[in-house]
Write a protein that binds this ligand. Sequence first.
Ligand SMILES: Nc1ncnc2c1ncn2[C@@H]1O[C@H](COP(=O)(O)OP(=O)(O)OP(=O)(O)O)[C@@H](O)[C@H]1O
Length: 461
Amino acid sequence: MDWTEKYRPQSLQDLVGNGPAVRQIYEWARSWTRESPPLILYGKPGVGKTSSAHALARDMRWEVVELNASDQRTKAVLERVAGTSSATASLLGAERKLILLDEADNLHGTADRGGARAIIEIVKHSCQPILLIANDLYGLSKELRAIGEPVQFRAIQARSIVPRLREICGCEKIACSQEALDAIARSAGGDVRAAVNMLYASALGKDEIDAADVHTDQKDRRATIFDLVAATYAGKPDGELMALSRAVDDDPDAVLQWLEGNLHTLQRPEAEMQAYVPLARADEWLGLTRRRQYFALWKYATATMLIGVKEATGGVGAHGRLMPPARWRRMGSARKQKAVRASVMHKLSHALSLPQHTIREEYLPLVTLLVDEDPLSYAGALALDADELNFFLHDTARAKAVVKELKAAERERKKREKEKEKERKKKEKEPREDPPEPAPEPEKPEKAQPKVNQATLFDAF
Ligand SMILES: Nc1ncnc2c1ncn2[C@@H]1O[C@H](COP(=O)(O)OP(=O)(O)OP(=O)(O)O)[C@@H](O)[C@H]1O
């Protein structure tokens, strides 16, 4: 198991170094009122920011709600979690919920400026304590910095890291020389995660470590979803699984897909079958989380899927490589289809000055027929790309060919325009002589250029 998770500080007292920061956080929590500003924990990776947030919650007996992915950090979700409604009451009966916003320097994601402002307002008036976590204080927006109180986490000195490493060696029953511990602590550069990972790499398959065994190339190895799935299938203790789940970046929806998608690696059909029971149950929790936006329920979904699958499969372990599940890839393409559909609707609605629902409900089959008859004209008129055109044609090769032809025609048109412009300028420069200019020839319609048959589209309505 990943030692950084196994030895994550459980209480604020377990944290190494950063005494002033830890005291500041504790005092803030003890005297927290709705008027208290959110804290911004900032500092380099691996110095205990996230650990101290979780340890604080445990010490205060608060529940933690972690919002990491950008789709959980919308105004609506934040309002729900940070608001007053009784719907936010904890299932565990915990008095408060500590809201963690990791990577606060990326809080707004793709939200527009209005969205960002709304988020700031909610953070400012939250009914629950909020901790923002970031590597760089100045990566945060000015507005966020203005409403939060910064708490700096400094790099941990090597001499503070050594005792922690020694403690871990004790728990793992490994003898480690003082030189080896010093070498690891020095090369970690103040990053405790890096130090613990180096110790782990140096100790692999050994029960004694000397300076010569020290591996210093393990700097930023974090627990991944591979570790989590492998540990679940291998039947690791419940606490370790839950700790690992907190360390991976993926949300419980993704974890469920991975657990389900890799069941075949167990090579035990009856174990596979049993595993579907807790997976289905966990899926129900996830559905409830999404529908009601009770993000605190995520924890139960995670526990159900991890511990349930572990129990159901009996720790047989994976045989062969774990892979991203196929359904996951398919969901990616479903998401793309949705985006294409939305953009087609937007373009049609704009071109026809009709609301999208009217087009969807009444005209879509008709438009599809028209586009199918003359894709070149419609792709031009509506500025459709190949994916959008394929929405009507259901023939990727044809859609691509049409768009290619359209682009070639567009290039040709631009080229001709340029030539004409050149010609015109040249004529302007020439000294004007008396002979009257011949009447300009009427422009011939050019065959190669697809003429957009807009009339057809509009006539159809
Ligand atoms: N001050 C500390 N005391 C004890 N262990 C620590 C400390 N800092 C980090 N660790 C170890 O490193 C791991 C990662 O720490 P943590 O997630 O708190 O770092 P972080 O500062 O939040 O880093 P990041 O910015 O990368 O998220 C912990 O699980 C723990 O094993």
